[in-house]
Design a protein around this ligand. Structure first.
Ligand code: 5AD
Length: 403
């Protein structure tokens, strides 16, 4: 866990530092930072120290935060008090094990080309009506620079499975970003070779977002057709994908994974298995969202999932996984707005993402229609999220907000 405020390194033991935040101690890996010493002021994200800052800067931020830090914690505790219902119990477990920290990652969607033809997805290969785009390295760097200047310290780079970006390009993207910005980088680029992922890790990426979509192999086969013709990177079915996620964890990546809720053929028992599968993959963050129908796909007429069912699944997931980060997905926000997000945060969830893709591309990353945030200015979106979190006594942790 980590706060968007700087902490002080209290101890270093091998690869791990103990970081102190107003008396609360957290552990974080130090391999992204050179020459770290006891007493240094640092930012940590997702369990990694990502940046050292000077004493002056640290003092300034801490002075602004001190009062709010304890006030938010108090309010969060009060709201989690005396749990009765399923949602309240889940929220109390979240409060006890995870405190009031809420990860807020930025997401940049840099290409909507995709060689896969998943039945549920609006950017599937066979959607010929979609205007395709891809960003070159300088454009990606500019988007990352913009996100960092807004305060983001953890970013997800996402695309369809686009063969235009080969292993060299991906390595270069990660290297160039890391040379300029001390951000925690998550790659969400689909099924690539282990070698490609190893190179990105060596270049400084530390997270992967890759959902397995469903743990039911028959539903998986139906939803992700392999032929004809076979997608370029996707070499196998569900087991291949699960094995890739397992290997990425072994390489040292933080894993964000999960599934879709409401796919045709999916049963309630499947969803319970999906939750267990996510846990068994060692996910540091659970990412599962409702399926949203898209008119340009074969599932145009498949209904979506209602909010109360979504909230129950979030609450059960929290009760089964006290230590996990559970994401309020954009799909849930798209269907049920920030009020829905608020209910999800009160039913056990504790992470959010904000779309920081250049606005001209946002609407084109059309995995499902009218995605939340695609018509909003980024600043407006950030303000809405911060207001929501603070109204619930939560502290955004991956966003260096100065309130
Ligand atoms: N509804 C909801 N989520 C979708 N995704 C793709 N298409 C849809 C849809 N129609 C999700 C998939 C994928 C992630 C990037 O977006 O789960 O992993």
């Amino acid at each position: 866990m980590c706060y968007a405020i700087p902490g002080k390194v209290a101890e270093i033991s091998g690869r791990v530092a103990t970081v102190d935040y107003f008396g609360e101690k957290r552990k974080a890996y130090i391999d992204l930072i050179e020459d770290l010493r006891i007493g240094d002021n640092v930012y940590a994200q997702g369990g990694f120290v990502i940046r050292k800052i000077g004493e002056e800067e640290a003092k300034e931020v801490l002075d602004t935060w001190r009062e709010l830090f304890f006030k938010l914690q108090e309010q969060d505790k009060k709201l989690a008090n005396n749990p009765q219902s399923l949602f309240e119990r889940a929220n109390a477990i979240r409060q006890k094990h995870q405190g009031n920290s809420c990860c807020v990652h930025g997401i940049i969607e840099f290409s909507n080309y995709c060689s896969c033809n998943c039945l549920y997805c609006g950017i599937r290969r066979d959607n010929k009506d979609l205007t395709r785009y891809r960003m070159e390295i300088p454009e990606i760097l500019a988007a990352v620079g913009e996100a960092v200047s807004l305060g983001f310290q953890a970013l997800v780079l996402q695309s369809g499975e686009d063969p235009y970006y080969d292993d060299d390009k991906f390595e270069a993207i990660v290297k160039e970003i890391r040379a300029r910005h001390p951000v925690l980088l998550f790659m969400s680029i689909g099924e690539r070779s282990i070698k490609a992922y190893q190179r990105m890790y060596n270049a400084g990426a530390r997270g992967v977002l890759l959902r397995f979509e469903t743990s039911n192999p028959e539903v998986y086969e139906k939803m992700k057709p392999k032929s004809p013709p076979a997608p370029i990177f996707q070499s196998g079915g569900l087991e291949t994908r699960l094995n890739l996620i397992r290997t990425l964890r072994e390489l040292g990546y933080l894993i964000v994974t999960g599934f879709l809720i409401g796919l045709p053929g999916q049963k309630s028992a499947d969803v319970m298995k999906d939750i267990k599968t996510t846990a068994s993959l060692g996910a540091e963050m659970f990412s599962f969202g409702p399926f949203v129908p898209h008119t340009a796909t074969p599932l145009a007429n498949t209904p979506t999932t209602d909010l109360s069912k979504m909230l129950k699944i979030i609450a059960r997931t929290r009760i089964m996984n006290p230590e996990a980060k559970i994401l309020v997905t954009t799909a849930l926000e798209t269907l049920y707005g920030l009020d829905g997000a608020s209910e999800a945060l009160m039913a056990g969830a504790n992470s959010l993402m904000i779309n920081v893709t250049p606005k001209k591309y946002r609407r084109l990353y059309d995995i499902y229609p009218k995605r939340f945030g695609s018509e909003m200015e980024t600043m407006e979106h950030i303000e809405k999220v911060i207001n929501l979190l603070q109204s619930l006594g939560r502290a955004p942790t991956d966003l260096n907000v100065q309130t």
